[in-house]
Ligand binder design. Structure first.
Ligand code: AMP
Ligand code: DBH
Length: 536
């Protein structure tokens, strides 16, 4: 049975096809086309290894053949957690060839996140890394099997995965799912207690990749640095590594955005294109003066994922010697870019405009009425690559989609007469920690399970480098409770490190709104005042 997802209505689907956005082809075409056009061109550079397109094709055939032999079939799902290594993409294409839809968990994800994903997709296969703390022994795999009893195949990076990549596949025939079906699940930064999954179809994702690669002017000469987590929607698709593969370019892997390592990779491999989040840009600007000569090939620095100040934006061309492109996107779909030929004020002061002429944007007030142009309002959108529903989440979907299928992203934006957007605020209960999203409710629910915690609210506090950090405001029923106790507790529950509160603030009570909900706005203001006093 094919994987469930919320479809687009027939009239819009017909329109997206008529416009040539939806090709009804699987994303395996990306690789097949390059194997025809330039089999020996480098596709991925990872440490001392260079994989040609033919090599990526061969290795993904081999892995797919092994997975097929172990029982995986089209419309199955897989849980994947790999670091930034070539095998991430080889695995992605192997699963596409089989028609198996993966969730690509971030390498920073821990027990809670992986269990939540496994519970939702019921994977038949797990492909993970023995370098991750959870996979040093079998305990966690057994725990995964408890929530996903069909999990039969486990491949760990190391000798195991390498063997399957290299063992020659005979007579392997690819069976990708059809273009209109789910290709894989993207991760939502979320706003609810359980991390939500976003089914992305071949049609919609493949279109967003082709359009992004075109808009960004990628070519076979492109050398792209993948330094943010490879599975993140931004790094994968805006234009991302997959956009680079569409253009026949080459992806250079970095384990993380640490500047000195990245500068060395840029110099060594002639990297010209890099996506970063704002805190990483700040670190690059700090390190750049002594290393300018290493950045000579850098042509475009993209910045996205979180608010980027105009002051830092203006420094990018001057101090890094490259163009800046701002990107405002979401794993749910819609991606906005400043264009490479936009005038510099626009690039410094906006987060771009939608990439597709068929993206529909509304900026709405609390009553759902359009605000006057230029005024702040809630962003609602639909289009040829914006999803129609989170996976198996009818109640949440009813809250974030309107009757016309517009998705309310939870962002507050201003739109100018030319359609360019500025992100000026947020109505969703999320903390954006330098591009890493934390759903407040997820951490609050975990902390509420601690016996000494009576009430808790996780709120954003301003931070110079990260933009925002998280503060857990806690009403405790035990005066001896310490921040370190709660941090240890959360670690033991197994959540990604970036979700651990940066601060804990113990309080006698939490402020409430008129209807009796925790007043987070007031909490944020109280905390801000307290922090200002402390630093004054
Ligand atoms: P996610 O839903 O986890 O993919 O996160 C997408 C969210 O990240 C958006 O809804 C915005 O809140 C935020 N975001 C992405 N890019 C930018 C940007 N350039 N400026 C401000 N916020 C951004
Ligand atoms: O933050 C994001 O999720 C994001 C940012 C830039 C994204 O999904 C994207 C571009 O595609």
């Amino acid at each position: 049975m094919s994987i469930a997802f919320s479809p687009w209505p027939a009239d819009l689907a017909a329109h997206y096809r008529a416009q040539g956005h939806w090709l009804d082809r699987p994303m395996t075409d990306i690789l097949a086309q390059q194997v025809q056009a330039r089999p020996d061109a480098p596709a991925i550079i990872c440490g001392e290894r260079t994989l040609s397109y033919a090599e990526v094709d061969r290795q993904s055939d081999n892995l797919a053949a092994y997975l097929h032999a172990s029982g995986l079939r089209a419309h199955d799902t897989a849980l994947v957690q790999l670091p930034n290594i070539a095998e991430f993409y080889v695995t992605f294409f192997a699963l596409m060839k089989l028609g198996v839809a993966p969730v690509n968990a971030l390498f920073s994800h821990q027990r809670q996140e992986l269990l939540a994903y496994a519970r939702q997709i019921q994977p038949k296969a797990l492909i993970a890394s023995s370098r991750h703390g959870l996979f040093g022994n079998d305990n966690f795999v057994n725990e995964l099997r408890d929530v996903a009893p069909g999990l039969a195949t486990v491949v760990l990076d190391g000798a195991d995965l390498q063997q399957h990549l290299q063992a020659a596949a005979r007579d392997f025939v690819a069976t990708p799912t059809e273009g209109g079906q789910v290709a894989f699940f993207q991760l939502s930064g979320g706003s609810t207690g359980t991390p939500k999954l976003i089914p992305r179809t071949h049609n919609d994702y493949y279109y967003s990749l082709r359009r992004s690669a075109e808009l960004c002017g990628l070519t076979p000469a492109t050398r792209f640095l993948s330094a943010l987590p490879a599975g993140h929607n931004y790094t994968l698709s805006s234009p991302g590594a997959l956009g680079v593969f569409i253009a026949g370019g080459c992806v250079v892997m970095a384990s993380d955005p640490e500047p000195l390592n990245c500068f060395a990779l840029i110099e060594r491999h002639g990297v010209d294109w890099v996506p970063l989040v704002p805190p990483a840009v700040a670190l690059w600007l700090r390190a750049a003066p002594e290393h300018r000569q290493r950045l000579k090939t850098l042509a475009v620095l993209q910045v996205g994922g979180a608010n980027f100040s105009e002051a830092l934006a203006r420094r990018v061309p001057q101090e890094l010697g490259c163009k800046l492109q701002q990107v405002f996107g979401m794993a749910e779909g819609l991606v906005n870019y400043t264009r490479l030929d936009d005038d510099s004020d626009r690039v410094f002061t906006t987060q771009g405009c939608p990439m597709s002429g068929d993206d529909e944007i509304r900026v709405l007030d609390e009553e759902g009425q359009p605000v006057p142009q230029g005024e702040p309002g809630m962003l609602a959108t639909r289009g040829p690559y914006t999803f129609r529903g989170y996976y198996l989440a009818p109640e949440h979907n009813a809250q974030v989609f309107d009757a016309e299928g517009f998705y309310y992203s939870g962002d507050v934006v201003q739109q100018d007469a030319d359609g360019y957007l500025k992100v000026v605020g947020r109505v969703k209960d999320v903390i954006n920690r330098g591009g890493e999203k934390i759903a407040a409710e997820e951490i609050e629910n975990l902390l509420l399970h601690h016996q000494a915690v009576t009430h808790v609210a996780l709120v954003a506090i301003p931070d110079e480098l990260m933009g925002e950090k998280s503060c857990a405001c806690v009403v405790a029923n035990d005066a001896s409770l310490k921040p370190s106790d709660l941090r240890k507790y959360l670690r033991a529950q197994g959540v990604a490190d970036y979700k651990l509160p940066d601060r804990f603030q113990f309080m006698a009570e939490l402020p409430l709104t008129a209807v009796g909900k925790i007043n987070k706005k007031q909490l944020r203001e109280t905390l801000r005042a307290a922090l200002d006093n402390a630093s004054a």
